[in-house]
Design a protein around this ligand. Structure first.
Ligand code: 5GP
Ligand code: MN
Length: 339
């Protein structure tokens, strides 16, 4: 755990200023929830705060309070650049290495002379921030933002909007409170957020009950493509660009698919390979159960990272070659996967 010197940060934030808040590229519920919640909170302190997202968020997050105020770097580059340049503080949330904003936005953050603040729960944090709050034991950056506001002595400022945003990230990053990272404190924070007005049942519906028929057909295709490698307790799923096109793929449609592999009895390692023709990459999601670290695996072989049991990465070759390469390195991990 790395903690912030709250006394110093509080005095640095004592006078109203311009603040930019950045989630990672392809932001998820925790990234959007934490940045929007922090934005609402900093505005209540009198600051001019804006969330600048590297790119668009999936549509199941568009209902979130304040979502319409997010500046999308990809679509409004000039305004986003101006906002970054004028900011006295840049908060980076739910990531810990500037490469996670994508190669387009990254150099524009690196050249800023402003004060960076990092709040994040991923492993191996980089050192770009003057103030770093890093804790890999915490399930969601949204829970950390709650603790951050608590440490600032401002829990009374958490209103319904902030509570809804924070609850959303905790819900999505814990897989609805089922992952091992969910602790008693997580439940206490969630309960406190409900007390402050978080609409837990409606949030769940807004996030998870938004399937379109084509998304379910895409799920059918993914499950049909699933391959079990019993000797490695591994399940892999792949989706080609042609299949995504066939089922009218929209951002967010593949969210959570990788977990189907892990739901099979005896499987400890589940992977999904998704071809992205526009970016000429194969996006890979890794999930594990137990001691096998997908963070280490993704870092070692697929230019990625994340957490022990959930990580992402990419392949730069074709879908087929990426899967072949993946299978070729699995035997090295047989012992770890047998545990
Ligand atoms: P997902 O598979 O859902 O995209 O990501 C799983 C976890 O790994 C998330 O916490 C995400 O932030 C992290 N992650 C995903 N892709 C990458 C990547 O390319 N690099 C790193 N360092 N982390 C990633
Ligand atoms: Mn997160």
């Amino acid at each position: 755990m790395i903690a912030i010197d709250y006394k110093a940060l509080k005095s640095a934030l004592a006078t109203p200023c311009k603040i930019a808040i950045i989630p990672h590229r392809n932001p998820d519920g925790d990234a959007i929830g934490s940045t929007l919640a922090l934005c609402h909170y900093l505005k209540k302190l009198g600051h001019e705060a804006v969330v600048v997202s590297p790119n668009e968020a999936p549509s199941f997050l568009h209902w979130m309070p304040g979502f319409e105020t997010i500046l999308n770097f990809e679509n409004h580059r000039d305004l986003a650049l101006k906002t970054l340049e004028q900011a006295s503080f840049v908060f980076t949330l739910d990531f810990n290495h500037l490469s996670r904003v994508g190669h387009d936005m990254q150099p524009n953050l690196e050249r800023l002379k402003t004060t960076f603040v990092m709040i994040d729960h991923h492993q191996q944090p980089d050192t770009y921030a003057k103030y770093t709050y890093s804790d890999t034991e915490i399930c969601a950056t949204c829970q950390m933002v709650y603790h951050f506001i608590e440490a600032m002595g401002d829990l009374h400022l958490i209103d319904k909007d902030i509570a809804n945003c924070l609850y959303t990230g905790i819900l999505t990053d814990t897989g609805s409170f089922k992952f091992a990272s969910t602790t008693a404190t997580t439940h206490k924070v969630a309960a406190a957020l409900i007390d402050k007005g978080a609409q837990n049942a409606s949030i769940h519906r807004a996030i998870y009950d938004t399937n379109s028929p084509s998304r379910l057909h895409l799920l059918g295709c993914a499950l049909k493509n699933m391959e079990i490698l019993p000797e490695f307790h591994t399940a892999i799923i792949h989706l080609s660009q042609a299949e995504l096109d066939q089922f009218d793929y929209k951002k967010g449609d593949t969210e959570g698919l990788v977990n189907y592999g892990l739901s099979i009895k005896g499987i400890v390692f589940a992977v999904i390979f998704i071809e992205n023709a526009a970016e000429k990459i194969v996006k890979i999601s890794f999930r594990s159960q137990g001691s096998f670290s997908v963070n280490e695996f993704a870092r070692a072989h697929f230019n990625g990272g994340g957490h022990d049991n959930a990580a992402g990465g990419r392949g730069e070759d074709s879908l087929e070659n990426t899967i072949t390469y993946f299978k070729s390195i699995l035997p090295k991990y047989k012992n770890q996967l047998d545990k």
